[in-house]
Design a protein. Structure first.
Length: 222
């Protein structure tokens, strides 16, 4: 592994963690989001987007102190798409990080392949946590039963979650087989740097799907 890449990976991870901490601190000091789940979404977004995530938070996400944003319909459509993709992606990101950390702490193999094991767990964790994020967005908005809110969350976010994971898997396949010839160590910073890039790829593939979902009224602006 080139030393410069190792250093770049460390810098990227440290900067992203600092950006996430700054956002979390700002929210904790009184700038709570109108939707409570976004108090988690913004710091998680910064974990992979780093300064881009911090800029987006400052530009479109930072709430007035002890207040909240206006009606979501007031946002430009492009911002609504970005927020919807970020909301979906934060659940995927948390799921992917949890699954990969679990495999790092307790290595095991399914289907005779470590890679398929990781990707399977990534999808399961990302799907479950992503739907939970959508559920806790929908449930407080209306008088739905838990079952109705869960079905609405599945309807709103399943395609978005799948599209995000497609982008994430696509980049990790390129990194694993094309760039590093299968030699990516989960214990090293380069693997996690590649995961940061994979999340950005997931964001890119999720945005068109979220635009379609919003236009069709399947998802609602945030």
């Amino acid at each position: 592994m080139p030393e410069r890449l190792h250093v770049l990976a460390l810098v990227s991870l440290v900067v992203a963690a600092a950006c996430a901490a700054l956002i979390a601190l700002d929210i904790a000091l009184g700038r709570r989001q109108r939707m409570a789940i976004m108090n988690l979404v913004w710091p998680i977004t910064a974990l992979y987007a780093g300064p881009l995530g911090l800029w987006a938070y400052a530009r479109i996400g930072r709430a007035p102190k002890h207040g909240g944003h206006g009606h979501p319909g007031e946002r430009p459509f492009a911002q609504s798409v970005m927020l919807a993709a970020s909301h979906c992606g934060s659940g995927c990101t948390l799921g992917d990080l949890t699954a990969e950390s679990l495999l790092l702490a307790v290595p095991f193999t399914l289907f005779g392949s470590a890679l398929l094991t990781g990707w399977t767990l990534d999808f399961v964790f990302a799907f479950v946590i992503g739907i939970a994020f959508q559920y806790f967005t929908i449930k407080p908005m209306g008088e739905m039963s838990a079952r109705e809110a869960l079905l609405a969350a599945l309807k709103a976010d399943t395609l978005s979650l799948v599209s995000w994971q497609v982008g994430m898997y696509g980049w990790m396949a390129i990194a694993t087989f094309g760039l590093f010839d299968g030699a990516l160590d989960k214990a090293g910073p380069v693997f996690w740097f590649m995961m940061q890039i994979a999340m950005l790829a997931g964001f890119a593939t999720a945005c068109p799907v979220n635009a379609w979902l919003l236009k069709r009224g399947i998802k609602h602006p945030m």
